[in-house]
Design a binder for this molecule. Structure first.
Ligand code: PRP
Length: 215
């Protein structure tokens, strides 16, 4: 019988999350390129479900999944009632305010128009500031917004910085650091503490191994 359900984001981030279980008793059994969204691990202890990254936190908050692996960017944007229990230290990048370099220091007398795919996060960043803002929510390719005059600046993820550079933009202010995180449902964390602790220990070892390898 499966003891735990773990929600993992589909796509790039998710694949890295899956690799954390390789070589452990909880390795995911996947036969070929299936479109299935539910998989078991080798030991039959865990059910893995694959969902959109923003939905990982929803599944975990509502207790459908006991644990989740998701980027800190999603955790900050979704602001759900969950525990963040481990920094998995992959997919490392950061949030930043970016724009044309003559916009520094970042101030505008009127309303500063900010394009982003993370509207709630932007709101939280500017809540305590004097600057008036208008958030323009986009689905992606936000670097285009200041180039086309849709916004003054953007708030987005910067990893290598090459997307900004290729579009003639610069980081105006660095914000929160981002990486993959292990999250837990609050009730599961209490009532399935031992099982969760075991997974946490396995992942912690992997993090230590990856960190040692990177040195
Ligand atoms: C992300 C992000 C930036 C880019 C940053 O976009 O939104 O555009 O990566 O990476 P870099 O600093 O290494 O250039 P993603 O590729 O996920 O696609 P999107 O534009 O559709 O969001």
């Amino acid at each position: 019988m499966n003891t735990l359900t773990i929600a993992i984001a589909k796509g790039r981030m998710g694949e890295k999350g899956v690799s954390f279980f390789n070589g452990t008793p909880y390795e995911i059994v996947r036969n070929g390129d299936s479109r299935r969204l539910v998989f078991e691990d080798k030991s039959g202890t865990i059910n893995f479900i694959f969902v959109k990254s923003a939905d990982v936190v929803t599944y975990v908050e509502r207790g459908i999944a006991d644990l989740g692996i998701v980027g800190k960017d999603i955790i900050l944007e979704e602001n759900k009632d969950i525990y963040e229990i481990l920094d998995l230290k992959f997919g490392t990048c950061r949030f930043a305010i970016a724009g044309h370099k003559d916009q520094f220091p970042l101030k505008k007398d009127g309303v500063l128009r900010i394009a982003s795919t993370y509207p709630s996060y932007v709101e939280s960043v500017f809540r305590e500031r004097e600057q008036k803002i208008e958030i323009i929510e986009l689905g992606g390719s936000v670097e285009l917004a200041p180039l086309m005059g849709l916004s003054d600046v953007i708030v987005d993820i910067v990893e290598t910085g090459s997307t900004l550079k290729e579009n003639g933009l610069v980081v105006l202010e660095e914000l929160d650091s981002i990486s993959g995180r292990l999250i837990a449902n609050k009730v599961s964390y209490r009532f399935k503490y031992d099982a969760i602790q075991e997974i946490e220990n396995v992942l912690q070892e992997k993090v230590a191994l990856n960190t040692a390898k990177a040195k």
